[in-house]
Design a protein around this ligand. Structure first.
Ligand code: A5P
Length: 253
């Protein structure tokens, strides 16, 4: 397990960290807020704890889910869900990440939901990342950058991605079937191994010039802060690279 926050951890330890930070994030939600709900295992904990607050405190909130999976969990725990609509701005989006750079640039899409996740965070006034300690890295790129690709364009997208220095691999369904994994929009996913990415913004611009890529997993300039659990503590990372113990929401920029 990578990251400047610490040593190798078991899956169970990382899951406890995800749970800890998910609970803390749910505690930040204020009555009346319009929320963006992320996807993945850390967001799952956040949504469940938020559902507990909805039930216990009769907390009134409205939320947009960034994937069918998150929508199902939110529904199960009694969170009122909305669809995107004209004029709707979200107060706060909370979501996980696969890698977090020191300047809060991110790689997302390990769960294949990054298209809707990007749509949701772009509609939010504040994007807070929540993660376990393995996600913080000095440089993005050990984790392959996921691309959501229109099936028709796949071979040519692979050629173009290779030409900019990445190794693209088509994501297959889990469980050994030889079928491509489909996103919520019925598109394919290409996992692109770049190795260390010196300039994530430049790579993002290059990917955006390739027709057929609906969304890439680089999130540059979206996150305002990240809450990162480290054992029993939570740290806050800001875009200037400062990292300190998180005790109160006044520490959020
Ligand atoms: C989903 O597509 C992703 O962007 C997730 O937000 C990301 O993979 C983090 O997932 P975990 O919280 O499961 O680590």
């Amino acid at each position: 397990v990578r990251g400047k926050l610490g040593s190798a951890k078991t899956k169970q330890q990382l899951n406890s960290e995800k749970e800890l930070v998910g609970r803390a994030a749910a505690g930040l939600v204020q009555p009346g807020m319009k929320l963006g709900l992320g996807s993945g295992s850390t967001s799952y904990h956040f949504i469940r704890f938020l559902g507990e607050r909805v039930e216990r405190e009769n907390l009134r909130i409205e939320a947009v889910a960034s994937s069918r999976d998150s929508e199902a969990v939110a529904r199960e725990v009694g969170i009122l869900l909305s669809e995107p609509r004209r004029g709707l701005r979200l107060d706060l989006a909370i979501d996980g990440a696969d890698e977090i750079g020191p300047d809060l640039s991110l790689i997302k899409g390990g769960g294949g939901a990054h298209l809707r996740e990007k749509v949701v965070v772009a509609a939010a006034d504040y994007f807070l990342v929540i993660a376990d300690s393995s996600k913080l890295v000095q440089q993005l790129g050990s984790f392959p950058v996921p691309l959501e690709v229109v099936p028709f364009a796949l071979p040519w997208v692979m050629d173009r991605v290779e030409a900019i220095g990445a190794e693209p691999v088509l994501r297959l369904e889990q469980g050994g079937a030889d079928r491509p994994c489909l996103t919520d929009q019925q598109n394919y996913l290409l996992d692109c191994r770049f190795g260390g990415i010196d300039d994530p913004a430049q790579v993002a611009v290059r990917l955006e010039k390739i027709p057929g890529i609906v969304a890439h997993g680089l999130f540059i300039g979206y996150a305002r802060a990240a809450l990162i659990a480290q054992d029993k503590e939570i740290m806050v990372l800001r875009s200037d690279g400062t990292l300190e113990r998180f005790d109160t929401c006044d520490q959020l920029p």
